[in-house]
Ligand binder design. Structure first.
Ligand code: HT7
Ligand code: ZN
Length: 874
């Protein structure tokens, strides 16, 4: 497959000013007529062929300025249509294509999900509908006429505003609707939906007083599950006005929920299409985490209206321009809706769980990649989450006010354009008067910098000196790295835990409470520090780096109890546990007295009634097995990690039984509320239950079973079910059967039933998962179900996926191969489960390599999967 390179970018030869689409829907043969108003760009030589992209298309007709095009004047394949000698002046091209929505199992282009026609055009799906200049820098005004059988598709939706609808005169059972979107947009933002759907409506008044009709379209019977999504949408619209000055710009905003969807959701202009998992919720079927995700994804897609749609990407290398920035915006929104520190901790946990391993292995790439063979494989944690961290750093370095001025300038200057990271950064450089040239390296370079810190306190002089270094380990294609600009928020904790204020700081530039590390090695000296302080660095996780500080466990424990920065308090308890378990894994002592300090810290956390319950729940969570494997970095044997972690969990449970039981009992009573307060209280109670489940006491085992039976919401029920199954408790099988029967009509709840079993550390998990792939409820065509079973096993079951006999690897590979023929995007995502294969011990890494090599030899592997396999092996 050809390699696409950033340096080869050049603008399209022709522009498309308007697109008029006529879509005649039919399940097996939908006909699309596309009338394009084209113009040769001034820079393009007259007579230059017009090359339009297609994807598996059948051409039915072609006309130029109203007359059909002679066979010698064009060439066509399913992948390309070339008009050999277009007119010199503006011209109109009419293209007629035919597609088969029912046969479209890739879920790209036009397909049907449970009888509803829908489209997915990002990144390159529009070319599966009609031949086009399918690239993000070709912006056009679209008018869409949709025609379908009224009995099958009473609802017809398109981008923009509704213009006209009615019966089709000579066809009694058919009707049509016309939509017009006045905002020029790239083809990836095109969408249409047609089906028999219910609609939940509301209204929003923008700050300038315009009324917007809001609609959420779902399967009939699911209307009552849309309240939270609608509420989240209205809050997002208001927040974007208040915080970023962004107002909505059409008369309608529609959301459609579909059950077969490759990703989370899609920000098509005025017509967002969602995986129903991020729309539907009630207390019986959705967990508190689901509610938080819905709020965040609704906000994210809505925020794209400005960061993505009004201002879009010049080319797909600039994907982070819209995605990193929009993730940053949705994170800010959730922080304002909920607890900011708790949200920050949750975001950093996700970053470390998904982005850090990506950035440390063969799939590492810069936030703005420089080459790709399959763009769908670059919707990654690096582009999204690290991209958001880079914007977060920009705000930290510039300050909130200057950051907002930069954003205002970006919106003013680039509205209606397809632009670049350079243009984005220039807005901040101008509004701040700072040179951001060195900062831009964050977009260019892969890998997570490791920052090391050694400190020296001189009591006589009253000084504290820090020696800091930064480096990135070599990566495939990146043997060396340049130093980055790293903002390090800091505090120096005095004996009472309060921050000490130095009289001067020399050797490094300081902005507010931030040291700015700019070179590979730097020394900074704080004066006016009579007592040796406890260092608190990287507060609020001010940069996406790994931090290694030379310090004693007692300092870390002190931070866990006293740091006024909640993020670093949380991080301290995690670091303490991680260091302890890694020592034990590396053959050091794992004697029980070794964990006394940790048990004490956890005891203090449990007893501290001043803590926000949501924060406390996070601080009490031991680092996960995958976190520990990542920190270990090499010779990983997942079952050893599992056993050690279980031992510590049991020790904490046994040391603090009474407190844990008291806290567990403090579940919110009364009517259910998905907001942050109740969710935090449930998280804490369930975290306590997680410890009690391994106490070894019969009373506690009964308690877990009782919590399952008496749960009044999905959060509590799923927490108890997970413990019953994962700890192999006697009530597990009966609870699983109860859960399946109870939720027989909710696909989203049944996904949880599959996922709990897929992630069980039990020795027979793989055999169970294999059997579940043959279960009547398993559906290979539904990405959510595949993710809940196969993907969950491969990425969420470290012990059984990496079985020593290689059977877990072989299973994931066989499933990916099977899936690949149907849906390459879902298959290639599954294969990223191999991205850290070199970190295993030799037995496992040999087996993983063999599995990858056999995949590389498979015939007919999609471009998507081949790209992942080959990069994993490089
Ligand atoms: N911009 C979207 C990314 C996307 C996507 C969504 C659904 C299916 C396939 C897709 N390919 C790319 C979603 C977002 O980040 O907001
Ligand atoms: Zn996005």
């Amino acid at each position: 497959a050809p390699v696409i390179r950033l340096e080869d970018y050049s603008p399209a030869r022709y522009t498309i000013e308007t697109v008029a689409l006529d879509i005649q829907l039919s399940p097996r043969a939908t006909q699309i007529t596309s009338r394009l108003a084209l113009r040769r760009r001034d820079e393009t030589a007259p007579g230059t062929p017009l090359v339009l992209e297609g994807g598996d298309l059948e051409l039915v007709g072609l006309a130029l300025d109203g007359a059909s095009v002679h066979r010698d004047d064009f060439t066509v394949t399913p992948e390309q249509l070339v008009l050999l000698a277009p007119p010199e002046g503006p011209f109109e091209l009419e293209i007629v294509t035919k597609v088969d929505p029912d046969a479209n199992t890739r879920l790209e282009g036009l397909y049907r999900s449970s009888g509803t026609y829908c489209t997915q055009c990002e990144a390159e799906g529009f070319r599966r509908i009609t031949y086009f200049l399918d690239r993000p820098d070709v912006l056009a005004v679209y008018t869409t006429r949709i025609e379908a059988k009224r009995s099958e598709c009473p609802i017809l939706l398109g981008n923009g505003n509704p213009v006209e609808s009615g019966p089709v005169s000579d066809k009694p059972d058919r009707h049509f609707a016309i939509w017009h979107d006045p905002h020029p947009k790239p083809s990836y933002l095109f969408a249409m939906v047609a089906g028999d759907l219910a609609c939940v409506t509301d209204r929003f008044q923008t700050r300038s007083g315009r009324a917007v009709d809001l609609g959420i379209y779902v399967e009939h019977g699911k209307e009552s599950l849309c309240d939270w999504a609608m509420d989240s949408l209205k809050r997002s619209m208001r927040w974007d006005e208040e915080v970023f000055g962004c107002e909505y710009d059409l008369d309608v905003f529609n959301i459609v929920a579909v059950s077969d969807f490759n990703m989370g959701a899609m920000e098509n202009k005025g017509l967002n299409i969602f995986n129903d998992k991020y729309v539907l919720a009630d207390q019986d079927t959705a967990t508190d985490q689901d509610y938080a995700n819905i709020e965040a994804v609704i906000a994210h897609e809505y925020f794209h209206n400005w960061t993505g749609n009004r201002i879009t990407c010049r080319d797909w290398f600039q994907l982070c321009l819209k995605e990193g920035l929009t993730v940053f915006r949705d994170q800010e929104f959730s922080s304002d809706m909920r607890s900011r520190p708790v949200k920050r901790i949750a975001d950093v946990r996700l970053l470390k769980a998904h982005q850090f391993p990506e950035d440390a292995g063969p799939l590492a790439h810069p936030v703005r990649p420089r080459k790709y063979t399959e763009i769908n494989n670059f919707y990654t944690a690096t582009v999204y989450e690290k991209g958001a961290e880079v914007v977060h750093m920009l705000k930290t370095l510039l300050g909130a006010e200057t950051f907002r001025q930069g954003m205002d300038l970006y919106f003013r200057r680039h509205d209606g354009e397809a632009t670049t990271i350079e243009a984005f950064l220039a807005c901040f450089a101008e509004s701040s008067g700072q040179d951001l040239g060195a900062f831009a390296i964050w977009y260019e370079q892969a890998g997570t910098p490791l920052v090391t810190v050694a400190s020296r306190h001189d009591a006589a002089a009253g000084t504290l000196t820090l020696e800091l270094t930064q480096d990135i380990a070599p990566l495939p294609g990146q043997p060396s790295s340049a130093p980055a600009v790293i903002p390090l928020r800091f505090g120096l904790l005095g004996p009472n835990g309060a921050d000490m204020t130095p009289t001067s700081i020399e050797g490094m530039s300081v902005r507010g409470d931030c040291l700015v590390l700019e070179h590979r090695k730097q020394t900074v000296t704080f004066s006016g520090i009579p007592h040796r302080p406890v260092l608190s660095l990287l507060r609020d996780f001010s940069a996406p780096v790994r931090l290694e500080v030379e310090e004693d466990e007692s300092d870390i424990a002190f931070r866990a109890g006293h740091d006024r920065d909640p993020f670093n308090r949380w991080q301290a308890s995690q670091t303490l546990v991680t260091r302890h378990l890694l020592r034990a894994l590396q053959g050091g002592t794992s004697a029980p007295e070794d964990s006394t300090l940790i048990s004490q810290v956890f005891g203090q956390l449990l007893a501290d009634q001043s803590l926000d319950p949501a924060f406390k729940a996070l601080a009490l969570q031991l680092p996960g097995e995958a976190d520990l494997a990542r920190e270990k970095g090499k010779d990983v044997a997942p079952e050893q990690i599992h056993d050690l972690r279980q031992g510590l969990r049991r020790r904490i449970a046994r040391d603090h039984l009474t407190l844990l039981r008291e806290i567990e009992a403090l579940r919110p009573q009364g009517s259910f509320d998905p907001g942050a307060d109740q969710a935090g209280a449930r998280a804490l109670a369930n975290q306590a239950l997680t410890f009690l489940a391994v106490s070894g006491e019969a009373d506690d085992a009964d308690l877990v079973a009782r919590r399952y039976e008496t749960a009044t919401n999905m959060t509590d029920r799923l927490a108890a079910l997970t413990l019953l199954v994962h700890e192999g408790m006697p009530a597990a099988e009966a609870a699983l059967e109860d859960f399946r029967a109870r939720h027989a009509t909710s696909a989203l709840a049944l996904d949880k039933w599959f996922m709990v079993q897929a992630t069980s550390p039990a020795g027979d998990a793989l055999e169970r998962v294999e059997a579940l792939t043959r279960h009547a409820l398993f559906d290979e065509g539904n990405p959510n179900r595949v993710r809940a079973l196969v993907h969950a096993f491969a990425t969420g079951n470290p012990v059984q996926f990496a079985r020593k006999d290689g059977a877990g690897f072989a299973f994931a590979a066989a499933q990916a191969l099977k899936l690949d023929a149907r849906n390459p995007q879902v298959a290639s995502r599954l294969l990223t489960c191999f991205r850290s294969w070199r970190a295993y011990d030799t037995v496992r890494s040999d087996l993983a390599e063999k599995t990858l090599r056999s995949l590389a030899e498979a015939e007919n592997l999609s471009r998507d999967c081949r790209d992942i396999v080959e990069r994993c092996l490089q």
